[in-house]
Design a protein around this ligand. Sequence first.
Ligand SMILES: NC(=O)c1ccc[n+]([C@@H]2O[C@H](COP(=O)([O-])OP(=O)(O)OC[C@H]3O[C@@H](n4cnc5c(N)ncnc54)[C@H](OP(=O)(O)O)[C@@H]3O)[C@@H](O)[C@H]2O)c1
Length: 332
Amino acid sequence: MKKEYKVAIVGATGVVGRTALRVLEEKNFPNVNYILFSSKKSSGSMVKFQGKDYIVYELKESSFDIGFDYAIFCAGGSVSEKFAPIAVENGCIVIDNSSFYRMNPNVPLVVPEVNPEDIFENKGIIANPNCSTIQAVVPLKPLDDKYGIKRVVYSTYQACSGAGRYGIEDLVDKNEGENLKKFPYQIHNNCLPHIDVFVEDGYTKEEHKMIDETRKILHKPNLPVTATTVRVPVENCHSESINIEFEKSFDLEELKNELKNFEGIVVEDEVENNVYPLATKANGHDEVFVGRIRRDYSVENGINIWVVADNLRKGAASNAIQILEKLLEKQN
Ligand SMILES: NC(=O)c1ccc[n+]([C@@H]2O[C@H](COP(=O)([O-])OP(=O)(O)OC[C@H]3O[C@@H](n4cnc5c(N)ncnc54)[C@H](OP(=O)(O)O)[C@@H]3O)[C@@H](O)[C@H]2O)c1
């Protein structure tokens, strides 16, 4: 008889947690039982999932005593810091959406289309990368394999859902400064070049995450990468302009085919018909959409691309669940 698996969803009432439940419903893994957790605030609430009403439990140190096989953490860094080691001590493999463990050398940082082999190097925790990094490294991977990436410049246009439910509320309520829930200034009618906190060198933590995580996922620790990350008044789906310089020369049509043929990428690039990736079209999908693929004439071997993906799905929940799927496949 096939084993039954127990999977904990921690932070099931947040925007990533709720998206994870939607993706799990679509995947419909057999022989998997789920238990949902939140903070005390939402505990006791009921969530419709897989056609049934699930109660949400308060996360406690004793929650992992029942022996979970896997847990998906979607509740923030401090929750992961405290509870992921407790889960692991109780025999559970944790897939963590927070940034807390991402740069820990003992923790693999995985995008399944890019470095799936790293999943099985885990010592109990597997980190899901930052949303803006996940969608960027998917197109970088085939181009690095073929042409050798020499330098990357990121400029991002990130949706409010990337800041969680209070970020969406600041946008939707057109909050103009009174009682802002998430952002330092109104996001309605604005662009904020400020995601996560500023650090001493004048960058934000979000920018450092993109730089460091790109190097770790691509296994290129010295790759020159820079980033400017900007919050824009879009509810969901991050857009990114990526400038890439290569070691080798390339044929542009061949390069487009490398992208078209890579798992998880949809190329939308017919400028003559105004076809290019859009947040409104990427919403609800797991693929990374790539367009505006054109030469950068300011360097010998360079391109510019425009990359859009659903930050709650591919940038968080779906990427974590792809990792879970690989773990389940290996066990069965
Ligand atoms: N939003 C994105 O696009 C995105 C992308 C990649 C990664 N992430 C990461 O995913 C995580 C969740 O983000 P989010 O955007 O979903 O945030 P969110 O909408 O604010 O949701 C936070 C969730 O965490 C729960 N929680 C808070 N404190 C808790 C505690 N002490 N114990 C158990 N659960 C607790 C909340 O439960 P209550 O309902 O009880 O408050 C809620 O379910 C964060 O680490 C974030 O950095 C987010």
